[in-house]
Write a protein that binds this ligand. Sequence first.
Ligand code: X2X
Length: 396
Amino acid sequence: MSKTTVIIGIVVLVVVIAAIALLMGGGQEDTTTTQQTTQTTQQTTQAEAKEYKMSIVVGPQSPWGQAAKMWAEEVEKMTNGKVKIKIYYAGQLFAGKQTNEFQLLSQGVADFAIGSTINWSPVIKELNLFTLPFFFPEGTKKGDIYRAVDALEEGETGKMIFKILEEKGVIGLAWGENGFRQLTNWKHPVKTPDDLKDLKIRVVGSPIFIDTFKALGADPTQMNWGDALTAFQQRAVDGQENPINIVIIPYKIYEFHKYITVWDYAIDPLIFAVNKKTWESFDEETKKIIMEAAKKAARWEKAMARVGLDDGTALKILQEEFNYTPNITDPIAYLQEKGMEFTFLTDADREAFKERVASVYQKWVPIIGEDLVKTALQDIRNALGIEVSIPYEFQS
Ligand code: X2X
């Protein structure tokens, strides 16, 4: 070994020891400085092109998920890439627990969401209005029940609800639709309340569902959507309830359940919404773009929820306004081809179910608020000229 080699060896050793010492303590200040620099750089980049988060409970196979994409893409395009929105499908932002979505949105963990009123109803009690069982009347002609829903959303009721959301830090921009929820099961047809007796039904984690299905004589069990398909497949439950176009078809529920009852017992509107602080951070022009894009995507999505189930209005909207014809325009025939057996309820059949749920009205109308329920009845009266009777006596 030459003298030079030894000297080089010592120098290397000293450098290594110094480096270790630096890492173990002496260098802490330097590391912090580096972290701070990185953070500042990140903040600057974010300010230039901030990426916003949008929460969706279902996946992109549903028109509900597709509307999210439509909304986000339109906003990005119209703002020239200034507002980028990343979509978190299938409940990724709240680890599957769908009733947490509203809190995450109001806290700004999510900036945007297309939320189901059911999933938000444990926090916003007024949203249980839509799940009062058999509240919406079929009316006298096909499509009336949808006109009743629109009347509420576009009328006083909708205004009151958006005001309540705003007080909780969320701005509602447009109404979409999951749809009227229909019952499916693998065991047998359901036409009367007695047919529910031996059925274990998966319901969402919103308490009014447990009350309703108990009142109807079924055995309800709460489950997140993320766990539901496995439960259907393994027959851990016998049935479930969800809308035809937005959930039953995209999630191929016909692979698990043969029987479907079209009973229109509850509507599940979707709300295109934004966190209030995020909203206020936008300039007027950007707000206008986001609002218009929400309205457009919601109009498409709502028509998708109704196509083939209403009086033909939805298909007309899709074709005339969006130049779009969906693959399935007759969802009932489609599900029949897949082997499903349909039971349609008459008004009299629905009444028999409605009589069983008086206790649900006794408990839930005061929680929802008598004023809001009265306003909803008034909105329906204005639109359809129908007096809806509910199994409840108003106190005030
Ligand atoms: O969980 C459900 O049933 C679903 C997908 O319809 C909702 O998110 C309310």
